[in-house]
Design a binder for this molecule. Structure first.
Ligand code: HEM
Length: 107
């Protein structure tokens, strides 16, 4: 039988709103880390390729890296846009309410 937990006691005694806000806070922290990592990646020289890698494998590695970076940006940015547009806001680490710079969309 499907049991639905009431939102005020979602998991471990934390409310759904608290868990969402920690999800958002950690996600925004990851976004900052991804930005720092990407800046480092673009401003420092890469080590030489391992000789054992074929040209096809090197191309594959490049695409794999691009997709990873895309995911690291798209996940938190889309979550942020989704939450802010819905006017749910972000209570950063249960400390600070972030201002909403986005227009609220009822849908
Ligand atoms: C590395 C960063 C992040 C990852 C990997 C991630 C991952 C996910 C996943 C997998 C879900 C789906 C949960 C489910 O429906 O079962 C989700 C939902 C959600 N996330 Fe994130 N998230 C990230 C960052 C953020 C950030 C930064 C925010 C907002 C500031 C955010 C806001 C939301 C919201 C509002 C939902 C609920 C969407 C709904 O109503 O179904 N997320 N996230």
């Amino acid at each position: 039988m499907l049991r639905i937990t009431p939102p005020e006691t979602a998991l471990g005694g934390f409310s759904q709103a608290t868990l969402y806000n920690w999800h958002k806070s950690v996600g925004l922290l990851f976004l900052l880390l991804a930005l720092a990592r990407y800046t480092w990646r673009r401003t420092t020289r890469l080590p030489d390729w391992a000789d054992s890698l074929s040209p096809g494998e090197r191309t594959l590695v490049h695409w794999y890296e691009r997709i990873l970076y895309l995911a690291m940006f798209v996940m938190p940015i889309s979550g942020y846009v989704y939450g802010m547009s819905g006017n749910y806001g972000v209570h950063l680490f249960s400390r600070v309410h972030l201002p909403n710079p986005l227009p609220v969309d009822a849908t």
